[in-house]
Design a protein around this ligand. Sequence first.
Ligand SMILES: NC(=O)c1ccc[n+]([C@@H]2O[C@H](COP(=O)([O-])OP(=O)(O)OC[C@H]3O[C@@H](n4cnc5c(N)ncnc54)[C@H](O)[C@@H]3O)[C@@H](O)[C@H]2O)c1
Length: 344
Amino acid sequence: MERIFINTPSTKSEILVGHSWENLSELLPETGVVIITDDNILKIYRKKFPDFPVLSVAPGEKSKQLSVIEKLAGGLLELGIDRTGFILAIGGGVVCDIAGFLASVYMRGIRCGFVSTSLLSQVDASTGGKNGVNQGSVKNIIGTIRQPEFVLCDPEMLLTLPDDEFLSGLSELIKTAIIGDRVLFEFIENSRDEILNRNTELLTMLITRAVNFKSIVVTEDERETGLRRILNFGHTYGHAIELERGIMHGFAVALGMELATAFSKKMGYLSADEADRIVRILNAFNLLDNKFIPAEDMEKLIVHDKKKAGSSIHFVFAEGIGQAVVRKMAVSEITDFYREFRKK
Ligand SMILES: NC(=O)c1ccc[n+]([C@@H]2O[C@H](COP(=O)([O-])OP(=O)(O)OC[C@H]3O[C@@H](n4cnc5c(N)ncnc54)[C@H](O)[C@@H]3O)[C@@H](O)[C@H]2O)c1
């Protein structure tokens, strides 16, 4: 088992990778715990849940709404949970985002911890303390930053994850390798079959490397005023594609990374060889389907994102494999490159 610590000005948080979630009770108080999960996880794992009351939400993004938070808060009140209570999330990114937000606002904040069950949440979503819900089609616009006391990542749980969800999470793992860990990139390049077979030992090592990298970034820049922006590699184009095509996050980010890779090559940050390696690894896991959205839609969505983000777009370029650099770009430069790429 690996232990990784996040020390920010506000809190200390511990991420345990490879720890069996069945030994969870040692991390929990004896009373006042409520489990928040989704109906899929409940169906598969209920029998192994620790013996505490359970509140379950419908699986998927549609549960990331304020009305769900309100309902869950009502559930906590009914169960008599007071300021000494503890929320234990057992689920993927959606459940952790909801539970983390609820824990930070219920009675002005109660304790919480996560059992992170999807690959996407183990390598990315459950590290870093960001939580929240959506407002209409605008993602994660209502939320807080607050570290859970612990995040437990048990790769054995990934054995029950549907294939497309596994691949979507893999895309974020590859992103981490491109922006911050060349050795991780090489491991992924050389272990395709073992990864697809979900070899638990190998996954423990890969997830540990990803969490290690993200924890360093988050410890330095918890509120995303600088370094943390590099985690958005592939996300400028990727978000637009995700919104327009309604495909899963990781697959949209993979297309966004293909574009950002080509852009990085054009800007002189990546050699042709390195750019080829990145596209090859994305193709090796069938993450690219070559279906790009019309340039006018891309422009509209990027302008929309810019309004949300403020004055300019911080675009993330890969600077060789294993490093990234952020540059302020005009919307026109980003959309012009998209048109150019699509003509090829
Ligand atoms: N807070 C952050 O920093 C951050 C970062 C990235 C993404 N996110 C958020 O994470 C969410 C996506 O996370 P996700 O991909 O985990 O989605 P998710 O939580 O919806 O899980 C995906 C699906 O897999 C199922 N599932 C999860 N674990 C399983 C398991 N072990 N076995 C069987 N089925 C399982 C879920 O029930 C769900 O149907 C998005 O809402 C995104 O905004 C947050």
